[in-house]
Design a protein around this ligand. Structure first.
Ligand code: AMP
Length: 142
């Protein structure tokens, strides 16, 4: 199973903000959408970073006026992405190695979605259950 299957089910909704947005606004965005990360894009919709709830927690610990800071001061600039054909096992590996829980999906140099660790675990479990059922059916048939 690949990332394509996840996006086919969950849709290609992308939540993004600009780098000059204040952290206070980013928090409201995260809370209203019930998500853990926002893509940071420039005026041409190109990815310039990613901001997750962890970045916000760190910013709040670092300074009492952090809510007025700009997203660009706390985002991660080097964003690891995947393609529609990346397998679930590969995405899990990326997340484990990079210690992050969100991966934007690219197609033709454009972002077409974002997958979270929750999406990946859910689909990987379904995939393993289906593999188990196939093995049991095979053994029973023999
Ligand atoms: P997360 O586990 O996704 O909340 O993110 C943990 C840290 O990794 C935060 O500093 C994020 O900005 C950063 N991060 C999240 N996703 C990515 C990604 N795809 N590529 C690089 N860094 C990321």
């Amino acid at each position: 199973m690949s990332v394509r299957h996840i996006l086919a089910q969950k849709g290609r909704q992308i939540e993004a903000i600009g780098p000059d947005t204040q952290l206070a606004q980013a928090i409201l965005h995260l809370a209203s959408k019930r998500i853990g990360a926002l893509l940071v894009v420039d005026a041409d919709q190109r990815i310039v970073g990613i901001l997750s709830e962890r970045d916000i927690v760190r910013a709040l610990v670092a300074g009492s006026h952090a809510l007025e800071d700009h997203v660009r001061d706390h985002m991660t600039e080097f964003v690891v992405t995947c393609s529609l054909d990346t397998s679930l096992a590969e995405v899990m590996d990326m997340m484990t190695r990079g210690r992050f829980r969100h991966v934007p999906v690219m197609a033709d140099n454009e972002v077409v979605g974002i997958v979270s660790i929750g999406d990946v675990v859910k689909h990987r479990l379904a995939e393993m259950e289906s593999e188990n059922s196939a093995i049991i059916a095979y053994i029973a048939a023999g």
